[in-house]
Design a protein around this ligand. Structure first.
Ligand code: PLP
Length: 488
């Protein structure tokens, strides 16, 4: 481009004022507000100027520029945290917020959020109460525990249990259970942060009762068992049954009791980080060795902890349940104050737990449980609806159809479990101008709400297991507007 034509283009570049007075930007400003619209105008103008000077663009369309500013203003006005449609088929999708809440839990959150509440108020005593009361009895009734409490998440629960009982002392853990979950939760790191000294026993694939016995000395405070959530050691493996760990601890406690001769002594405690924390014995849990909280407690654990938003299907929380004397100590730990739950989470947790009082209600109303147990035939019905709703909008070179595939549980739960499912699939002929990756990007970045599918060997799959009936028309509209746009 010659200098004079570049100068001519630069002269054509509108002022901020002109951009703000254009039709599309005026409409966007009405929704996004003046500050955001003006910021969007300045940014787009600056970028366009840079691109012109660099020779990256050689012509200027004002209407296109106005549209770009309007689109940017809308994007800036959108909350950063906003809903998406999960078409990945991963039920407990950590990046997408794990478990959606049941309707009764959503209502409970709204009521408590917009009003004063009994968060720490006892209506009987007409004075100060405890925030633990809202959930403790429910957890005890549902798990058979003597006492219970909840903190920010399960990582916090593990941290607090180790800190209270094993700080400055030793906690024994099998090498086969030294897990890392989601990159930032690693047993050795949590151990160190809590002030506990980790004593590793056994090997990655085998740990024997004798390994536990040999590791125990006067400084041993805890035998820790950790659910190997997101992996399985298969083949030549051995771990020690809970009952055996229990009796090893009992034997040591008798010895300590005798040595103390009536004086107080520190009990050796058996604690299991259960990870997911199932309340109901579903067939798929049984099939993949996922035990219930009640089962772990009956097998002799003094304490267990688990997440609120994994298999339980509630809000983010870490629940600790077990012997009353130990829970009482935990409630007094300074970390309990630092890691405590807020009123909205407590409201959601209490409402979710209440649903479990009737297991059939829990299965029907807790979205996570419903999605995990829905059979393929009823998922296929939704897949057919979605396919039929988009069939006449598919461009040439693209084929839409139904595909049998498998959904995953996710959230580090039941890693080997594959749930048979129905997807709507999109296949792309080479050179047709469309691709699975580009369609996936458009559905995520250019549609509101974003629709997150999965790309598998060049095809785009929308898994209906995690798409509700109410979302089917929304996804159909997203697909139709995607294909109504221009191919990349
Ligand atoms: C998921 C998980 C955690 C972490 O729980 P958060 O609620 O995400 O903090 C800890 N331990 C195990 C075994 C887990 O599976």
């Amino acid at each position: 481009m010659t200098d004079s034509s570049l100068n001519e283009l630069m002269r054509q570049l509108p002022q901020v004022e002109e951009v703000l007075n254009s039709e599309p930007v005026r409409v966007a400003e009405a929704c996004a507000g003046h500050t955001i619209a003006a910021e969007a105008a300045r940014e787009v103008l600056a970028q366009t100027r840079t691109a012109l000077l660099a020779g990256d663009i050689t012509e200027l369309s004002k209407p296109a520029l106005f549209e770009e500013v309007a689109a940017r203003a809308y994007a800036k006005a959108r909350p950063s945290l906003h809903p998406v449609i999960n078409a990945t088929g991963v039920v407990i999708h950590t990046n997408l917020g794990r478990s959606p809440l049941a309707l009764s839990a959503i209502r409970a959150v709204a009521e408590v959020a917009g009003n004063y509440s009994t968060l720490e108020y006892d209506t009987e005593a007409m004075g100060r109460g405890s925030r633990h009361t809202h959930i403790e009895q429910l957890i005890c009734a549902l798990t058979g525990a003597e006492a219970a409490m909840a903190v920010n998440n399960n990582a916090a629960a593990v941290m607090m249990v180790l800190n209270e009982f094993a700080r400055g002392k030793e906690a024994v853990v099998s090498r086969g259970e030294e897990v890392e979950i989601g990159g930032s939760f690693r047993i050795p790191d949590i151990m160190q942060m809590s002030g506990a000294h980790m004593v590793e026993i056994g090997t990655t694939n085998k740990t024997h009762a004798e390994d536990y016995r040999r590791a125990i000395n006067d400084r041993t405070a805890m035998l820790l068992k950790v659910h190997t959530s997101n992996f399985r050691v298969v083949g030549f493996t051995e771990s020690v049954p809970r009952e055996d760990i229990r009796s090893i601890a009992d034997k040591e406690n008798s010895r300590r009791s005798a040595a103390a001769a009536g004086a107080e002594f520190d009990e050796l405690l058996v604690y299991e980080d259960l990870g997911s924390g199932a309340f109901i014995d579903l067939p798929i849990f049984e099939q993949f060795g996922e035990i219930t909280v009640n089962f772990a407690l009956r097998a002799g654990m003094d304490l267990v902890s688990f997440s609120g938003d994994k298999l339980l299907g509630g809000p983010q929380a870490g629940i600790i349940a077990g012997k009353k004397s130990f829970i009482d100590r935990l409630k007094k730990n300074p970390l309990a104050r630092a890691l405590r739950l807020d009123k909205m989470t407590l409201a959601a947790l209490e409402a979710t737990l209440r649903l479990y009082l009737d297991p059939w209600r829990a299965l029907a109303e807790i979205p996570t449980l419903h999605m995990l147990t829905e059979d393929k035939a009823s998922i296929t019905q939704r897949a057919e609806m979605l396919r039929d709703a988009v069939a006449d909008a598919i461009p040439s070179g693209v084929t839409v159809g139904l595909a049998d595939d498998v959904s995953r549980v996710g959230g580090g739960s039941l890693p080997l479990c594959e749930l048979p499912t129905s997807c709507v699939s999109f296949d792309f002929k080479a050179g047709c101008g469309w691709s699975a990756e580009a369609c996936q990007a458009a559905l995520i970045q250019r549609h509101e709400p974003s629709v997150v599918g999965r790309v598998q060997r060049g095809r785009l799959l929308l898994d209906l297991r995690t798409i509700t009936l109410a979302e089917v028309p929304v996804v159909a509209e997203a697909v139709r507007s995607l294909f109504a746009g221009e191919a990349d």
